[in-house]
Design a protein around this ligand. Structure first.
Ligand code: PMP
Ligand code: GLU
Length: 399
């Protein structure tokens, strides 16, 4: 009998963790590697949030919380959604999870049957396709390119819809492209989806605050799709709380109950101290944490000034999140210092082994021509990483 489930066998390891583990291993061997692999803020958790966690421990918030989260946290999330997104939710529509990752899985597990199709505009975040596969669904990819800032149009979306389409899943701001959909673009997407009541939009807004140019729009603002939309967000990126594992979904009532049912059999309520600290994070004026965004913006401009001159790289100017996703197709199919580069993953591995800079290849993001750089690193590391790659590629023997 086959030892493993078909579910497991059809999935891959998360490429972000594969590459960051490889970097860790090289560092342990004493190699001086710069890691631009994982997308996580390099700031410490702000002091007032930490203090709220200490207080929660001292006040003995050490027992199970309700499965969808403490009521006061869910109310704080509703207040945040009203304040920042002009969205109306009540606490029964919120499910607090172990990170946004679990929030997305809850929604997919609630709605996807074997063979159901989920539309993923490519490039997409690495875990989306794997999560869809885990649930027995089938991803349908909508291709985009650097020339259109990697954004899908409403026309492209409509062409991808079939009678089997059950969901549309995307992030805006986008990991890995750093683009975000404008109000008008989202409105046209909403107008398409509203024609297909069987489709649920899973709108991953975890990079909401890391937007340097525009105002964030949530697609749930469009009333025609409010009943079809699950908004996903969390603490990881906005408050540098990646390890605290708090994310959430805001759903129409029919879907919120389903998420609670799934989570209640999987993991129960999320970590209680982190939940209490999240209330403080959400109730603090976002301006208090703005310094992190200003810092990311400076780094974006620094990296852009350096990366655009790297031989063979085609880059756009990302407007949000903390990633560059340059097109490196110039190198694909070529032999570099004797190594054949078949796709972007080969190229990322080649850079890691030779220039000692860790990136993530684009294959698992749905784009085999690009590689992803996270610029959630210090200016010193970023400058040195760009120098290493530039100097290495200037000298590399290409055949
Ligand atoms: N969505 C996107 C687009 C992400 O980049 C990440 C990265 N962590 C997540 C969701 C998951 O975040 P969390 O840490 O809240 O699980
Ligand atoms: N979301 C981050 C990234 O894309 C963290 C790693 C992960 O969750 O996959 O690098």
């Amino acid at each position: 009998m086959e030892k493993f489930s078909n579910r497991l066998n059809r999935m891959s390891f998360s490429q972000t963790f594969v590459m960051s583990n490889k970097v860790r291993q090289m560092k342990a061997e004493g190699i001086d590697v710069i890691s631009l692999t994982l997308g996580e803020p390099d700031f410490d958790v702000p002091k007032n949030i930490k203090e709220a966690a200490f207080a929660a421990i001292n006040n003995n918030f050490s027992h199970y919380s309700p499965v969808p989260g403490f009521l006061d946290l869910r109310e704080a999330i509703c207040a945040k959604l009203k304040r920042d997104n002009n969205l109306e939710y009540n606490a029964s529509q919120i499910c607090v999870s172990n990170g946004a990752k679990q929030a997305i899985i809850n929604v997919l597990a609630s709605i996807i049957n074997d063979g159901d199709e989920v539309i993923l505009p490519a490039p997409y975040w690495v875990s989306y396709d794997e999560m869809v596969k885990m649930m027995g669904g089938k991803s349908v990819f909508v291709e985009t390119s650097i020339d259109t800032e990697f954004k899908m149009t409403a026309e492209q979306l409509e062409k991808a819809i079939t009678p089997n389409t059950k969901a549309l899943l995307y992030s805006s701001p986008c990991n890995p492209s750093g683009s975000y959909y404008t109000y008008e673009e989202l409105e046209s997407i909403a107008n398409v989806i509203a024609k297909y009541p069987q489709i649920t939009i899973i709108s991953d807004e975890i990079y909401e605050f890391i937007n340097y140019e525009g105002k964030h729009t949530s697609i749930a603002e469009f009333q025609q799709v409010y009943e079809q939309t699950a908004v996903i967000n969390g603490m990881s990126k906005a408050f540098a709380m990646t390890g605290w594992r708090i994310g959430y979904s805001a759903c129409p009532t029919w879907l919120a109950k389903a998420c609670e049912k799934i989570q209640g059999q999987m993991t129960s309520g999320a970590n209680t101290m982190a939940q209490k600290a999240s209330i403080t994070a959400l109730q603090t004026d976002p301006a208090e944490y703005r310094f992190m965004i200003e810092e990311f913006k400076k780094r974006r401009d620094l990296v852009f000034s350096l990366i655009k001159n790297i031989p063979g790289f085609k880059v756009n100017y990302p407007k949000a999140a903390f990633y560059f996703f340059p097109d490196i197709s110039f190198y694909i199919g070529k032999t570099l210092n004797g190594t054949l580069i078949k796709d972007a993953d080969d190229f990322a591995m080649f850079l890691l082994e030779n220039a000692h800079v860790g990136t993530v290849g684009g294959v698992s993001f749905g784009n085999p021509n690009c590689i992803r750089f996270s610029y959630a690193a210090s200016e010193k590391e970023l400058t040195e990483a760009m120098r290493r790659i530039h100097e290495f590629l200037e000298k590399v023997e290409i055949s």
